[in-house]
Design a protein around this ligand. Structure first.
Ligand code: CA
Length: 217
């Protein structure tokens, strides 16, 4: 497993790199946004850990450019500004997860492993519901590439075949043990999925059952 870690605070970068390597994770470090972007599009990594506040290019800009190129690598955003706005912006730009600074390395390792576990579980199966077609091996919805969490959510909704999927079930299934504190953000993913579906001209909709969960109609 090789990850790219983009972080301009040298002391933090050295400490995190050291701790990740102790866990058997190879780490390439980039100290600014430009170097980060060049490395990020190289295709050499399993996951990118991206600080938001960086010299030259911000983490958000790197992420946007990576996603523009249809590179579907898992990305975890880091930010000292633990503002909801920041988190939503990161997720909106196509991040798979978000970690507020300061964080414990063990938490970062758990999130990296959680993101990398999912692709290993993919099958060749294609799921359909109404005019939706989700390809689990490509993580595409009607041909459009989704981020890891969006893909996980749509897969669960399609498998439920129009029945209610409880919010708690989705949280534990997609976020696993890291679900704590994520309750408020599931709606962010839902609105992104709805936007994707609308842009694709899909008629099937994700309906929010207030306080219960979600279903396809
Ligand atoms: Ca920084």
């Amino acid at each position: 497993m090789r990850i790219l870690y983009v972080e301009d605070e040298k002391y933090l970068a050295d400490a995190v790199k050291h701790n990740l390597e102790k866990q058997g994770i190879d780490v390439d470090h980039a100290a600014d946004g430009e170097d980060g972007l060049n490395k990020a599009v190289s295709g050499a990594y399993d996951c990118i850990v991206l600080d938001i506040m960086l010299p030259k290019l911000s983490g958000i800009e790197i992420l946007e450019r990576v996603r523009e190129r249809k590179i579907n690598i898992p990305v975890i955003m880091l930010s000292a500004l633990s503002e909801v706005e920041d988190k939503v912006r990161g997720l909106d730009s196509g991040a798979d997860d978000y970690l507020a600074k300061p964080f414990k390395t063990v938490e970062l390792v758990a999130r990296i492993k959680a993101l990398l576990r999912r692709p290993a579980a993919v099958t060749d199966e294609v799921y359909r519901y109404g005019d939706l077609e989700y390809d689990a091996s490509q993580k595409t919805l009607n041909g459009e590439t989704l981020t890891a969490k969006e893909a996980g959510i749509i897969e669960e909704l399609i498998k439920a075949d129009g029945k209610l999927v409880a919010k708690e079930y989705l949280l534990s299934k997609i976020w696993g043990e890291e679900a704590f504190g994520e309750e408020n953000y599931i709606e962010v993913y839902m609105s992104r999925l709805r936007k994707v579906m609308k842009n694709l001209g899909i008629k099937t909709q994700i309906k929010t059952m207030r306080g219960l969960g979600y279903k396809l109609v």
